[in-house]
Structures are given as structure tokens and as C-alpha cells.
Design a protein around this ligand. Structure first.
Ligand SMILES: Nc1ncnc2c1ncn2[C@@H]1O[C@H](COP(=O)(O)OP(=O)(O)O)[C@@H](O)[C@H]1O
Ligand SMILES: [Mg+2]
Length: 624
């Protein structure tokens, strides 16, 4: 880890310009290099906006209602201030008796109250409607994204860091929500206010209106320049933020390893480096973001003073009324307000659009290729599995499995042995079509698995994966994941088969014990037993056990084997094991090396061959 400088660290954790060959840390969540979705500004803003509109488009009735309420509230606010004109003029008119002026004031105060009340009601409903619209849109986006995730091929999950995917749901969707909630409202109400104010200003005094309008391009140019600047800094701030988050995530989930190797100090200094970088970028981004309001504000003061001065002169010349001037300066203030407000919303809008683009990038990914229209499997499947000359690579440049052929009958136990990375797990990935093969053919009961609907295929293969995974829920629920309609008795029976029953009984709540955080409160071996119980519960004719008992002691392993024996009777079982003693009784053992089956036969054949298996076996018997 030493020698990692800032550039290097940002690249790794910030997700921009990542290296070409990346191996994702597994398992567990993490920041990690983010390929595929770049951080920062949206590349195709128009498209992103169009798609966001389709999400809120279906609520158009509410939106129209919200717009009407918005009009009411804006009109009330502007109308209210317009009323000041006759009020001021009337009160300033010394020719009217004082009592009459006071009466007039009272009436007008009531009228003003009514107008402002209408404004409050309008604002209230406008907000309610918009919030409903935006939150419903967000709900749909989240649902769509989640459904998309369910449809994506395993390849996607193998390649993307969990933390990256998570942040699509959290940061990105949240940012979209904030934009829809507040920015859109200020955008629209800003425009309405702008137009209405302008109309009133022209109506009140065209000359003064012209002066105010002349300042518009100055506002626009300056605002635009500042915006571009701040947007640039904003993008770099986000990348730095991503790097810091990724680093923290990795550090927290890997805290044990950090401690074991005494890496605390290194981590602290690396973090300090990233953190300092973030500070610098955030400082610039926040400064430019924050300075916009005040600059615009000061600029509007200039236009304000100018209007007041010229307006005052017009009054003195008797060409304008005092009431008119009073409301006009008020309007000219309001005129710039929506502009500076909008510029302040810009960072939210950028963040949201960039987030939306990343969300849509996922939504546009190709799902698992749909099942062939005529895909159909014999029901029930018996479990004759044939691999014919199967060749496969995760990436085109690297073939992982080469010309694999084998035949497995129901009731048979086929074992794969071989060194780590030989391709054992890959074979199981191909069986249930996590990945599709490059050439050759895999058939079950004579049907090419490409012609078997995926759900049928997968419900016919019970797998105990090499990476155990438990869901939040009780032990009972976790085992029942294997077959949802299983009764409690069946679940307990499966647990007994998997030798999990005795340890479950010893837990304080037995089968009702809650499993949290992927089973952090269980030992690795216990987690494996629960995964085996899941598979034991399933009625699938094909059973795959990938190093299912690697963390279980040999005695328990024997017990499981015994328990599973009658389960395996009519099923086709594929076993991957690193303890060769557990595969000794297999009908056929395939020795894999570099993706090729280099030896095959039963235990005695292979020993007699005195080849790789013999070496492995004798080497290993020395160990035990
Ligand atoms: N998701 C993946 N993407 C790319 N390469 C992979 C992936 N999974 C495994 N590999 C590569 O395929 C080879 C075989 O892996 P695997 O089948 O998991 O081996 P094992 O025999 O230990 O189970 C290894 O070289 C590994 O690096
Ligand atoms: Mg493996």
C-alpha cells in the first residue's frame, strides 16, 4: 500500500479513469473502481431531462393543478404589492381629509389580508401537489431501477462494486428527489414571477422597466460564467467525495485486515491525503456556489439604485406617482430574486442530472437475454446432464474452460477437483446460465439449456454457492428460501440432513434466531450448514455443492455426507471439494487444470493412473 499517492488513490477510489484490468474486491460492499458510469456532469442533458419528464409526465393533472396554484400564489404576492400603489398615493394625498384616509387604509388592509391569504393557500397546495408528484416519480424510478437489477446478468454484479450500485439508489436517487422537490418548483415559479413582474413593471412605468431589462443581459452573462466555473469545480468535488466515501467504506468493511497487518497509520495518512484533496475541491466548489448569490444581489442593488434615482427624478418632474415608484423599486428587487435563486439551485440540478444519467445508464444495460420464444423444458426434468465440448471465457481474451465434455446421470455423484482458479466454480456458473458458453453445448435430459427457460432451469438446480449468503430474517426463513412452500417440519428435517439442527437448537431462539448482516453472528462453518440445509430442502433433481463444507470440520462433513446420501439417490450431484477425502466415493472424479479436464475416472482408477490426482491425493494424505 505504501507509495500510493493522491493521484493513484483518487483514481482507485474516485472511479474516474480506472485501470483497464480491474479485479473487484469480493465479497462485501465497497467503493472500488467504478467502470461504466462516469462521475460528473451529464453527457447528454437533453436526453436525461426528457426521460425524467416521462417519469413525472404521468402525473400531468397534478402538475397542471400545481401550476395553477403556483399562479395564484405568485399573482397574490405581486398583486398584493401592487395594491401598495393606490394605498401610498391615497395616504400621501394631503387634499383628502385624515379620517377618510384612515378608513381607506382599514379597507385596504382587509383587502390586502385577503389577497395574501389566497397566496398562502396557493403556496400550500402547490407544495403539496409537487411533493406528491416528485415523490411518486422517485418511487417509480427506484422500482424501475430495482427491477432492472433483478434482470441484469450476473456478469454485471461480478464487475461492479457493490458500493457503486448502492450509491445509485441512495445518492443519485436522493439528488433527483431534491431536484424534483425544490429546484423544479423554484424554476417554474421563478419563471412565472419573472414574467409577471416584467408585465407589471412595463404596465407601471415602461421607461423604468426598460432600464431594469437592460440589466438582464449583464445578469445572464455573469450568472452563466459563474455557473460554468462552479459546475467545473462541482464535478471535481463529487469525484473527490466519491474517493473519500469509497476509502471509508473499504476501511470499515476491512477493519479486521487493517488491524491484523497494522495498517492503521498508513490508512490514516492515505485518508488524510484524500480528505485534504476533498477539502480543497469542496472549498472552491462551495465558494463559487456561494458567491453567486451575493454577486447577483449586489448587481441588483446597482439596478435598484438606478431605478430609484431615475424614478425619483420622474416623480419630482410630476411624470410618475410616488405609489408607483414604491412598488416599482419593490418589483425591480423581486425581478432579480428568481434569477439568483435559480443560480443557487444550479448545483442541485447538476448533481441530480448527473445522478439521473447514471441511473439511466443502469436502466439501459442489457438484461439477461430473454428466453427463446419456444423455450420449453420437459416436466419434470430428470437430471441427465451432458456437457459437449464446452469452451468458455469471462472475457474474450482469456479462455477459462477448454473443451469440457462429460455426462452425468441421475443418482450419480460427479466431483471436480483441481487447484484454485482451475475453473471448477466456472462450470457451475455455466450450468445454471449465470454465464452463457462460447461454444459447445450443455444439455439436460437432451434439451439444450439455451432452450430451457431460465426460471425452470434454476429451479431444477439446487446450488450451494462457494460464497455463502444469508438474508436478514430468522434461521427458519433463511432455510425456507430453498423452497418457499416447505413446512416447518420439512425445514427442520433439512437442517437435520445438513447437520445444522444441533447448533441451531443451541441458539437462544432456536429456529427463530434472527440473522443479521449476512450472518455475522454465526461462524463461517455454521453459515455453510445453513446454505446446505437450503439446498437439502429443495426438490431439484440436480444438486451442486461448491466447496460447501470447506469450513466445516471433518466429522461434521462425514455426517452431512451421510445425511445427503439418501437425498442424492435420485439426483445428479456435482461436488467441488478441496478435501479429496470427501470425493473419494464419487462415481467420477474430474481433475481440472487450467480449464481442462486432465484426468477422469473413479478414485481407484485415478490412483492407479499415478498422475495429477495421485500427486494431489498422496500429498494431501500426508497432511491429514
Ligand atoms: N466473474 C469473473 N470474471 C472474470 N474472470 C473470472 C470470474 N470468475 C472467475 N474468473 C477467472 O476464471 C478462472 C477460474 O475461476 P474459478 O472457476 O472460480 O476457479 P475455481 O476452480 O477456483 O473455482 C480464474 O482464473 C478466475 O480468475
Ligand atoms: Mg471456486
Amino acid at each position: 500500500m505504501a507509495g500510493r499517492n493522491l493521484e493513484n488513490l483518487t483514481k482507485r477510489y474516485g472511479g474516474i479513469g480506472s485501470e483497464s484490468t480491474v479485479i473487484k474486491r469480493r465479497p462485501g460492499p465497497g467503493g472500488g473502481p467504478n467502470r461504466g458510469f462516469a462521475t460528473g456532469k451529464p453527457k447528454n442533458t437533453r436526453n436525461v431531462v426528457r426521460r425524467l419528464l416521462t417519469y413525472i409526465g404521468m402525473f400531468w393533472k397534478r402538475i397542471v393543478a400545481a401550476l395553477l396554484f403556483m399562479l395564484v400564489s405568485t399573482a397574490a404576492s405581486l398583486g398584493g404589492s401592487y395594491l401598495l400603489r393606490p394605498i401610498v398615493n391615497h395616504i400621501a394625498d394631503a387634499s383628502t381629509p385624515a379620517g377618510e384616509r384612515i378608513d381607506y387604509l382599514g379597507t385596504m388592509a382587509l383587502l390586502l389580508g385577503a389577497v395574501y391569504l389566497a397566496g398562502v393557500v396557493g403556496t400550500y397546495f402547490q407544495h403539496r401537489m409537487m411533493i406528491t408528484v416528485s415523490q411518486s416519480a422517485i418511487e417509480r424510478i427506484r422500482n424501475d431501477l430495482f427491477s432492472k437489477l433483478q434482470s441484469l446478468p450476473i456478469r454485471f454484479f461480478d464487475n461492479e462494486a457493490t458500493g457503486e450500485i448502492m450509491s445509485r439508489f441512495t445518492n443519485d436517487v436522493d439528488n433527483i428527489g431534491t431536484m424534483l422537490d425544490s429546484s423544479i418548483t423554484s424554476l417554474v415559479s421563478g419563471v412565472i414571477t419573472l414574467v409577471m413582474t416584467l408585465a407589471l413593471m412595463i404596465y407601471t412605468n415602461p421607461i423604468l422597466a426598460l432600464i431594469t431589462v437592460l440589466f438582464l443581459p449583464v445578469f445572464a452573462l455573469l450568472g452563466n460564467g459563474l455557473m460554468k466555473r462552479s459546475r467545473k469545480y462541482y464535478v471535481s468535488q463529487q469525484a473527490a467525495l466519491g474517493a473519500v466515501n469509497g476509502y471509508i467504506e473499504e476501511n470499515v468493511s476491512g477493519q479486521k485486515v487493517v488491524k491484523v497487518f497494522n495498517h492503521e497509520a498508513v490508512c490514516e495518512s492515505e485518508f488524510a491525503l484524500l480528505n485534504d484533496d476533498l477539502r480543497g475541491k469542496q472549498q472552491r466548489a462551495q465558494f463559487f456556489g456561494g458567491i453567486m448569490g451575493p454577486i447577483m444581489g449586489n448587481l441588483s442593488q446597482v439596478s435598484y439604485s438606478l431605478t430609484a434615482g431615475i424614478g425619483g427624478a420622474l416623480c419630482a418632474l410630476g411624470r410618475f406617482d410616488v405609489g408607483g415608484l414604491a412598488i416599482f423599486v419593490n418589483y425591480s428587487r423581486q425581478f432579480s430574486r428568481p434569477i439568483s435563486e435559480l443560480s443557487q439551485q444550479m448545483s442541485t440540478i447538476f448533481a441530480a442530472l448527473a445522478g439521473a444519467e447514471r441511473v439511466f445508464t443502469i436502466m439501459d444495460l442489457d438484461p439477461e437475454a430473454p428466453d427463446a420464444a419456444d423455450a420449453k423444458a420437459p416436466d419434470p426434468l430428470l437430471g441427465h446432464v451432458v456437457l459437449e465440448d464446452v469452451t468458455f471465457g469471462y472475457v474474450p481474451e482469456k479462455t477459462v474452460l477448454k473443451h469440457i465434455s462429460l455426462y452425468a446421470r441421475p443418482g450419480q455423484k460427479i466431483a471436480f477437483v483441481g487447484s484454485t482458479g482451475a475453473g471448477k466454480t466456472t462450470i457451475t456458473n455455466l450450468l445454471n446460465r449465470f454465464y452463457d458458453i462460447d461454444s459447445g453445448r450443455i444439455t439436460i435430459d437432451g434439451v439444450d439449456i439455451m432452450n430451457i427457460p431460465r426460471d425452470v432451469l434454476r429451479s431444477n438446480i439446487a446450488m450451494v454457492l462457494q460464497d455463502t449468503h444469508l438474508f436478514t430474517g430468522t434461521i427458519m426463513e433463511n432455510i425456507r428460501y430453498g423452497r418457499l412452500d416447505a413446512t416447518d417440519e420439512e425445514v427442520i428435517q433439512a437442517a437435520k440432513t445438513a447437520s445444522a439442527h444441533s447448533f441451531i437448537k443451541r441458539l437462544s431462539n432456536g429456529y427463530d434466531t434472527m440473522i443479521e448482516g449476512d450472518g455475522a453472528n454465526l461462524s463461517q462453518g455454521q453459515r455453510q450448514l445453513l446454505n446446505i440445509a437450503r439446498a437439502a430442502l429443495s426438490h431439484a433433481p440436480i444438486l451442486v455443492l461448491d466447496e460447501a463444507t470447506s469450513s466445516v470440520d471433518t466429522r461434521t462433513e462425514r455426517l452431512i455426507e451421510k445425511g445427503m446420501d439418501h437425498l442424492m439417490q435420485n439426483r445428479t450431484t456435482f461436488v467441488i471439494a478441496h478435501r479429496l477425502s470427501t470425493v473419494r466415493n464419487a462415481n467420477a472424479i474430474m481433475v481440472l487444470e487450467n480449464g481442462e479436464i486432465i484426468e477422469r475416472g473413479d478414485h481407484d482408477d485415478l490412483l492407479a493412473m499415478k498422475g495429477r490426482y495421485y500427486q494431489l491425493y498422496t500429498g494431501m494424505s500426508e497432511l491429514t
